[in-house]
Every structure is written in structure tokens, then in C-alpha cells.
Design a protein around this ligand. Structure first.
Ligand SMILES: N[C@@H](CCC(=O)N[C@@H](CS)C(=O)NCC(=O)O)C(=O)O
Length: 217
């Protein structure tokens, strides 16, 4: 059965891999599932056809026959449940890996998104300069806690899992701020994620969608 995901026709990041289709592509690459991409424009995302797939008019979506999913957490979890390679078989280890998926999306990503909003959408407000350090410190606080938990381990719970895939994807969005580099073990953790062949294939594929050129090699 052909799996179809949606992605930006042209991502605002120009192909840096920060759009959320990259995490879905990465999960599919990790489990060896081929997929097709339907690029959508910003306009098409808000039209009825796409709203039928995604109630909030966003990307990515995931179609597998009659099944249509949105929300990257749900999509990656579904992929990880259906295929081996992203979640441990032991029930408790599996529950812990799933916990890290939720932690990435609900305890770490919000602070990082707040920082992006403060910089990109509120940077011209008179109160922005005063607020920015507070927002940055909230990110640092979370990273400090995450860094303490990761310690010198390679991954959050033993072997690489969907929890790491989600956490690395979320942390990647911080790179341009320089804050990630304040936490060497987290910077190395993200680099380990990016070094995975599956991530490299996912990154190259999203870049190709954004540039209109086929992946190199
Ligand atoms: N919580 C959602 C967020 C989806 C999301 O914010 N998608 C962005 C692209 S990375 C988007 O479609 N932005 C365009 C818009 O909201 O109009 C998820 O994880 O899938």
C-alpha cells in the first residue's frame, strides 16, 4: 500500500529540515517504509481538500489507505507501532520510549516554539527586548534538566527509539539560536541523530522537495 505524506511545497526554512514532515520521513526511513510526498502550498493547506485531512490546515499529514492521520506525535507513534525498529519489545522499555515522545512534544517543544515566536513574530514589539531573555531562560531551564537526565548516554533510554527521534527533531529547531551549543551533551546527542543514515535520507529527500532537485547520490 502506498503511504502518502504532505509537506510544504516550499518550506519557509528553504530546506533546512525544520518543517515537521522531516520527522515523519525520518521515522519511515528508520523502518524502511517507502512513501510518496504530496507537496502543498500555503494556500492549498487552508482549502477544503486539505482541511479534510488536517483540521488545522497544516502539514504533515499521513495517508495509508483509508487511514488519515495528522499530528507528528500520532504519526510517528503509528509508524513505530506498526513496524519494528523504533520501539523496544519489552513493555516497560517501550512505555519509557513513548514517554520521551510525549516529553519532546509537550515539555520541550513548547518552550522552543515560544522562542521562535518571540524572535520571528514579536521581534518588532516594544517589549520584545525585555521579554526575550525570559523566554530564552525558559528554554535553558528545560535543556538543563534534559541534559542532566541524558548525562553521557548516547540515547535517552538505552537504544535509539522513537523518543530520541522526536527529541532530536525538536532540539534541532534550536540550533540557529546558539542555545543548544551551551549544552555539549545535547549538541552531541543531536549530532548523533543527524548522523543516522535514515535521518540523512530524510533530510536529503525534504531538501529535494524544497529545491526541486532530486537527492544527490
Ligand atoms: N503539532 C503539529 C504542528 C504542525 C505544524 O505546526 N505544522 C507547520 C509546519 S512545521 C505548518 O503547517 N505551518 C503552517 C500553518 O500553520 O499554517 C504537529 O506536530 O504535527
Amino acid at each position: 500500500m502506498t503511504l502518502i505524506i504532505t509537506a510544504f511545497e516550499r518550506s519557509p526554512d528553504g530546506g533546512k529540515g525544520l518543517a515537521r514532515d522531516t520527522r515523519v520521513r525520518w521515522a519511515l526511513e528508520e523502518v524502511g517504509q517507502p512513501y510518496e510526498v504530496r507537496p502543498v502550498s500555503f494556500r492549498a493547506m487552508k482549502e477544503p481538500a486539505h482541511l479534510g485531512l488536517h483540521p488545522f490546515g497544516q502539514i504533515p499529514t499521513y495517508e495509508e489507505g483509508d487511514l488519515v492521520l495528522f499530528e507528528t506525535g500520532a504519526i510517528v507513534f503509528h509508524i513505530a507501532e506498526r513496524h519494528s525498529g523504533l520501539l523496544p519489545h519489552d513493555a516497560n522499555a517501550r512505555a519509557r520510549a513513548i514517554t520521551w515522545m510525549f516529553a519532546a512534544l509537550s515539555s520541550v517543544e513548547p518552550a522552543i516554539l515560544e522562542l521562535a515566536t518571540a524572535k520571528l513574530l514579536e521581534g518588532d514589539k516594544p517589549w520584545s527586548k525585555e521579554r526575550l531573555p525570559l523566554v530564552e531562560d525558559r528554554v535553558r531551564n528545560r535543556l538543563n534538566q534534559l541534559s542532566a537526565r541524558l548525562g553521557d548516554a548516547d540515547w535517552l533510554e538505552g537504544a535509539f527509539s522513537a523518543g530520541d527521534l522526536m527529541m532530536v527533531s525538536v532540539l534541532l529547531r534550536l540550533r540557529a539560536s546558539g542555545i543548544l551549543d551551551e549544552f555539549p551533551n545535547l549538541a552531541a546527542y543531536v549530532a548523533r541523530g543527524e548522523a543516522r543514515p535514515a535521518y540523512k535520507r530524510a533530510f536529503a529527500a525534504q531538501l529535494a522537495t524544497n529545491t526541486g532537485k532530486p537527492p544527490a547520490g
